[in-house]
Design a protein around this ligand. Structure first.
Ligand code: GRF
Length: 205
């Protein structure tokens, strides 16, 4: 486990607020969040992935809490407890999921109630789940998009904070459509997280 070595929390508009980003993928959404100079003090990954390198390049401490069990008997509660411990160790106020592949248990939502954000590559409540882009193509919809929402124990549920539509083009593959959605997410998610932490900061004042 790596500890915060550098305090990125002194961000204009949000002094004192500390964000943790959770990621599992290539890390392009994470890169956009970091590029927006949000006060991200730690990145937590559940596997070796591109996001880990993105964080390292930005000089942000990375915690690798490797998930080794992908079976039905995966001990989600214990895994979640470890994540909460890491969040607490870094004095985190807000958790932003940026393509995190493990569904976390109740403990994180109890500890950080109303302060866990997620971005999803579809217009919720349509196409919940990990294969949202594929499901949209299979359904033959002409418009899909992305949703930034507060995460709850129910997967891809919770109050919607922002949404934007993306047109499905003839001949789109999962890869081409997902990339156009991610272009929007890379703009919409950082802007929404900023709005969220700024309003949280105002409430603290
Ligand atoms: C994004 O589309 C996000 O909505 C989904 O996973 C993707 C992450 O992309 N949950 P990247 O790994 O950051 O490029």
């Amino acid at each position: 486990m790596v500890f915060a070595s550098k305090d990125r929390a002194a961000s204009p508009g949000t002094p004192g607020i500390r964000i943790a980003a959770l990621a599992s993928g290539t890390g392009t959404i994470l890169e956009a969040l970091l590029g927006a100079e949000l006060p991200i003090v730690v990145v937590i990954v559940d596997r070796r992935c591109g996001a880990e390198k993105v964080a390292e390049q930005a000089g942000v401490p990375v915690v690798l809490n490797e998930r080794t069990d992908f079976s039905k008997i995966f001990d989600r509660d214990s895994y979640t407890r470890e994540i909460v411990e890491a969040l607490d160790l870094h004095g985190v106020d807000v958790v932003v999921m940026a393509g995190f592949g493990t569904v976390l248990g109740a403990k994180v939502h109890e500890r950080y109630a109303g302060r866990v954000l997620n971005t999803h590559p579809a217009l919720l409540p349509a196409f919940k789940g990990w294969h949202a882009v594929e499901a949209a193509i299979e359904a033959g919809v002409k418009v899909t998009g992305c949703t930034v929402h507060l995460a709850t124990l129910e997967v891809d549920d919770g109050p919607i904070l922002a949404q934007e539509a993306v047109e499905v083009l003839d001949g789109d593959t999962v890869a081409t459509l997902h990339e156009r959605i991610k272009e929007v997410e890379r703009r919409l998610y950082p802007a929404t997280v900023r709005r969220f932490v700024e309003s949280m900061q105002k409430e603290l004042e």
